[in-house]
Design a protein around this ligand. Sequence first.
Ligand SMILES: [Zn+2]
Length: 263
Amino acid sequence: MINDGMQEMLKSVGEAEKVLIGIGEEFQYDWNALVQDHRYHEIEAEIGENNTYFWITPFLQKMILRQSLQDKWKTAYSKLKKLLEGKDFFIISLCMDDYIYQVGIDEERIVTPCGGFRKMQCDQNCSHVLADISEDSYDAVLRYYRKELSLEMLREPVCANCGAALRFNQLGVTKYAEEGYLGSWNKYTKWLQKTVNTKVCVVELGVGMEYPTIIRFPFEKIVFYNQKAMLYRIHSQLYQVGEEISGRGKGIQMNALKFVCDI
Ligand SMILES: [Zn+2]
C-alpha cells in the first residue's frame, strides 16, 4: 500500500538533483537465518562459556551473509537500488552487516562508518593497517560447521605484527580502525560539498539516536541551510522533525525497512 508520505517522498526523489540516504538501526540485519539454524545451536552449546572460541561467531555471521538470502532485507535493498537508478546519490549507513554491499549498489557511493565484515584488523590496531579476511580461518570454521573438523582444531587468527587477535573491522573491537572507512568518508564529504544550493532530497531510513552526530544532526543541518533541500525522516518511533525545518521536512511514522519494501 502506498501512503501519502511515500508518494510525496518518491516524487521528491524523482525531482531531486541529488539524493542523500541515511540508513540506521531499523535496517540492521537480525541474524534470524543464523538463529534458526540447527547446526548453529549445536555450536553455541558446544562453545558454551568458553571464550577461547567466541571469535567463531562473526565468521558464522559472514557465512550466512555470503549465502544468497531471500528475505525482507534483500527486497528492501533491491528496491533502494532501483529507486536510486540514474540518480546522483550517496548512502551513509550505520548498519554493520554489510548487507548493502550484496545487491550491486555502486560501492563508490556508500560509506559504512561502523564497519562490517569486509576487512579484518588487529584488535589493538597496532599498525593502523587493515588485513584481508583470513580465508584459512574462514574455511576452517566452515569445515567445523560441516562437522569435518573438531572445535579443538580451530585457531583464532592473530595479527602478524603484534600477535593480538585479528578481528573483523567493526565497532566493538578494542581499538576500532577507522582506516576501514575513511577513504569512503572523504568521498562522502566531497559529494556533500557539491550539494550546496542544489535540489537535494535527504531521506533517513530508520535512523535512531544511537549515533546522532553521524546522520541525524548533520542531515538536519544540511536541510536547514539549503533552502532547496527536503528531508524525509522515516522511523517507527523517532520520526519527528524539528520546527526549524518543518516546512521542508516530513516525518513518516513507519518501520523504515517495511516502508522501503512497500515501495
Ligand atoms: Zn597488532
